[in-house]
Design a protein around this ligand. Sequence first.
Ligand code: UDP
Ligand code: MG
Length: 326
Amino acid sequence: MSEKDNKLLSIVVPVYNEEKSLPELHEQISAACQKIGLPYEIIYIDDGSDDGSFHRLLEIKKHSPQVKLIRLRKNFGQTAALSAGFDHAQGEIIISLDADLQNDPHDFPRLLEKLEEGYDMVNGWRKNRKDPFLSRRMPSTIANWLISLITGVKLHDYGCTLKAFRREVVENIKLYGELHRFIPAIASHIGVKITEIPVHHRPRKYGHSKYSFWRFFKVILDLLTVKFLLSYSTRPLQIFGTLGLLSGLFGGGIGLYLTYIRLILKQGISNRPLLLLSILLIVIGIQFISIGLLAELLVRTYHESSQKKIYYIREIVGINSNPPQD
Ligand code: UDP
Ligand code: MG
């Protein structure tokens, strides 16, 4: 355990109306951290709760100097809450978990062990998930399968908040919308070494879940966004252009065939539905290529204005590691 000596551990917990769970949760997290023996901080982010959560957190903070409290102005959602926590975490190692006691702080040491082995991020896998089947587990299984198919990152459980990260990972990931489920995919895209371990999962004891079955559809739409951002955001013309060319060529082919019929065989073509199809495909083709070109322009502005890099460095040896400021 020598490598982790004296590293600060940050625990990040998004809280939305979890009043009843908080005292027990805090006890469990504190006990787990003390057992690990590293210096630690616990960051609770109150995501605009309208029950007594913030009050409870203030009480907890009175007795625990390790606690940091962030209170968001309104309910911005779990992704935003996590993001606020990551921005304020000072530890070299960061662990996130839910506030509803469904994740188990006893799993912390096993997550840390995996980081020790050289991974940059360890994902929890609720192998024996204690949630209702129809509304939660089934849609989640389908979503997990689709996410791993489309992003190419093979994990079992993208929705599990219990995760451990090295600091650099968190610093390099920007979270928007409801994208926390895609942290592994985004992280893998920037070259982070990821693994997963089975973790405990407990039924919800207090309060109720903040999500319903409908989240499934949002996840699928987010998946589209993520796939596009990860795979094509630096080269949109490749995807739109390919579609445009295919459509245009197909439409053009049909057009040639109709021309042959009209000019050589001298038959009328005005009553042929194929004529409409040909025109439609050619117009769609032109549209797609134009959208691709516009997207290329946008992407350039986007990357320059946000100073987003198209590469991510693991380490630099022998030269000043501060990149030139331009
Ligand atoms: N959460 C949050 N903001 C929200 C919704 C949820 O901070 O808008 C927190 C919530 O308090 C909990 C975690 O995110 O700590 C996971 O939420 P929940 O348990 O409802 O999700 P489930 O476990 O049912 O997927
Ligand atoms: Mg939960």
